[in-house]
Design a protein around this ligand. Structure first.
Ligand code: PMP
Length: 384
């Protein structure tokens, strides 16, 4: 029999059991095709229905307006660091002309927005035209660490006329930092959000964004597909702006309904099943309620404890990735050894920061969080 594990992994992460069972039941014979989804042609009618269905479920769950395009892309969320830069600089240059100075603004609140800014800095340095990267704020510079977020009125946003986009990461998976509201930017400047680790964990007003993107392997299914939601007026012609690989070009993807080449068919199918599960759970408003309740329980234990400590300010704590520390690395190792014995897995903090990280995405039931809390309480009693 399969051992019951409580999977607190940050990604690839837990997928609802009912979704996996559904995939299993359809594995050898999808929709009476006599084949697995993996074996279907991406140009077949049967796969076409999967793609359309996945898109329309996402559209209704997130209330995505008609003037947005939904793209399925590959290369992980990291590939989008470059794609966003290329495409939105192109969109700005399509509007203003190639000769104008273009600035791209980055809100740096943790490891992932820092990596995205670094990629933009690298690519901008390579462009002959004048493209500047501006770090609007950088928690590491302001506070000496990630885990705090500078107030928005202290941000150094660039001149809106020159700004191609403002970029931020809605939930920093490594540092456990999450925005509690959508940042305010000039209405003429597209706002870009990396939502890889809090995708569909709560309602989000899509109309406030130029681009929303995320990899699937945390809240949405298996690795292999990234979802990009882009306002259609930002799709620039391929011959305008920075030279970019076809596979990174949003307009090429949009014009070909994400099938310029072979898309990650099985991952798209799995995302569709997870979206159906989300509908059954009552959609995003009900997901948000459950996620808030789960996270609050954990933070309450941490805050009321003399043993555990949160390195993240109260005003930007993530409901998806709850990170905490103990007084020494030796004690953290002991804590992790204890959880492993209880089949609670992948609780180790990211290798760059250490500590403990409990990722409690949509698929994590409250009872599993309760079991972790029970262990934390027992461990604390034994050590004080
Ligand atoms: N952004 C965020 C917020 C992430 O958590 C991750 C992955 N942990 C990435 C980007 C990079 O994703 P990928 O590994 O799919 O490139």
């Amino acid at each position: 029999t399969t051992p019951y594990v409580l999977n607190f992994g940050a990604g690839p992460a837990k997928i609802p059991t009912s979704v996996l069972e559904r995939a299993q039941s359809e594995m050898l014979n999808y929709d009476n095709s006599g084949m697995s989804v993996m074996e279907l042609s991406h140009r077949s009618k049967t796969f076409g229905k999967i793609l359309d269905g996945t898109k329309s479920k996402l559209k209704s769950l997130m209330d995505i307006p008609d003037n947005y395009e939904i793209l399925f892309m590959q290369g992980g969320a990291t590939t989008q660091f470059a794609a966003v830069f290329y495409n939105l600089v192109a969109a700005k240059q399509a509007k203003e002309g190639n000769e104008q100075e273009v600035i791209v603004d980055y809100v740096v609140s943790g490891a992932w927005s820092n990596k995205a800014a670094q990629e933009a800095e690298r690519l901008a340095a390579n462009e002959r035209s004048t493209i500047k990267v501006n770090r609007v704020t950088d928690s590491k510079k302001v506070y000496g660490k990630y885990g705090s977020l500078a107030p928005e009125d202290s941000w150094q946003l660039s001149d809106p006329k020159k700004t191609a986009y403002v970029y931020y990461c809605d939930n920093e998976t490594v540092h456990g930092v999450e925005f509690q509201q959508i940042p305010k930017v000039d209405p003429g400047v597209p706002l870009v959000a990396d939502v890889s680790s809090n995708f569909l964990s709560r309602p989000l007003d899509v109309r406030k964004f130029g681009v929303i993107y995320g990899g699937a392997q945390k809240n949405l299914g298996p690795a292999g597909v990234s979802i990009v939601i882009i306002r259609k007026d930002l799709l620039a012609d391929l011959n305008i702006g920075p030279v970019r690989p076809l596979m990174l070009d949003f307009k090429t993807m949009a014009d070909n309904d994400s099938m310029y080449n072979t898309p990650p068919t099985f991952s798209i199918y799995m995302v569709g099943l997870v979206l159906e599960w989300l509908e059954d759970q009552g959609g995003l408003a009900s997901m948000e309620k459950r996620n808030m309740a789960k996270a609050k329980k954990l933070y309450d234990v941490i805050d009321q404890s003399a043993l555990y400590r949160s390195p993240v300010d109260v005003n930007c704590r993530s409901r998806m990735n709850v990170v905490f520390r103990l007084s020494s690395e030796a004690l953290e190792a002991e804590f992790l050894a204890g959880v492993a014995e209880l089949n609670m897995v992948q609780l180790k903090g990211h290798r760059s920061v250490g500590g403990i990280r409990a990722s409690i995405y949509n698929s994590m039931p409250e009872q599993d969080v309760d079991q972790l809390i029970a262990y934390m309480n027992t461990f604390e009693k034994a050590h004080t």
